[in-house]
Design a protein around this ligand. Structure first.
Ligand SMILES: Nc1ncnc2c1ncn2[C@@H]1O[C@H](COP(=O)(O)OP(=O)(O)OP(=O)(O)O)[C@@H](O)[C@H]1O
Ligand SMILES: [Mg+2]
Length: 221
């Protein structure tokens, strides 16, 4: 069982969108997947409830650290995707880190988001599990518009901080539109969605086969 935590101290950066998209991507690749919802807003639950039984199955478990609720992970599930709450910091993230192999950090290209994300990642890098590479850190550009100057600045900023983005996920209305129906771009193979799917390949390669190679960013924009 591999466990993937999706977290950032910042709110609204696409944590839930990335969690449900990864869950759908993996289930479409015939992996068994459980979404562990650690966000009190329970947005992932809304997505699961809307998901048709005709699409590859994603299981759900609610997980609120600090409450009586404890996650009961199906032992045989291939992947657990944990959607973290916003406002998490180096201390609040600890219980989740105990249960994870990969940490995906979505970063939005904006001067304030970058600064907050940098602070978050630097704090994480001081944690022993990261230094010992027990947990693989996967920073990704989220809600990206490749034509905007801020995106270039984000890439430069990450390189300057020796943290290369694994990939960039474009801002597209297909994501919220499909999410509203409990779906993702991996459930519907339109030409446009297939292009977008390529942007997720570096993350999927890393969590599925441990490939640490950075692919060139796919300019689906
Ligand atoms: N790649 C994208 N393209 C278009 N819209 C997106 C994309 N990613 C996220 N969004 C939209 O941005 C908004 C915030 O995304 P999301 O809810 O996933 O963020 P979050 O980090 O989970 O927020 P919170 O901190 O409140 O839990 C949502 O309306 C979502 O549909
Ligand atoms: Mg969320």
């Amino acid at each position: 069982m591999k466990r993937v935590l999706v977290a950032n101290a910042k709110g609204g950066v696409g944590k839930t969108l990335i969690s449900v998209t990864l869950a759908a991507a993996l289930s479409n690749k015939r992996q068994t997947v459980t979404l562990a919802d650690a966000d009190p807003q329970a947005s992932a639950l809304q997505w699961i409830k809307r998901r048709s039984v005709y699409y590859p199955r994603v299981d759900y478990v609610s997980w609120r650290v600090g409450t009586a609720e404890k996650p009961i992970f199906v032992k045989k599930t291939d992947f657990v995707i944990i959607d973290a709450p916003s406002g998490i910091d180096k201390d609040l993230i600890q219980p989740y880190l105990r249960k994870c192999d990969f940490l995906v950090v979505p970063i939005v290209a904006s001067v304030f988001d970058e600064a907050a994300s940098r602070k978050f990642i630097i704090a994480l890098q001081q944690i022993k599990k990261f230094r010992d590479a027990e947990i693989r850190l996967i920073p990704v550009g989220s809600r990206v518009n490749l034509r905007r100057r801020e995106t270039t600045l984000l890439c430069d900023f990450m390189k300057y901080n020796t943290l290369e983005l694994k990939t960039m996920i474009s801002e597209r209305s297909a994501y919220p539109n499909l999410a509203r129906r409990g779906m993702s771009i991996f459930d519907v193979n339109t030409a446009e969605n297939v292009k977008l799917q390529a942007q997720w390949r570096p993350i999927l390669n890393e969590i599925m086969i441990g490939s640490n190679q950075n692919e060139p960013i796919n300019p689906a924009n």
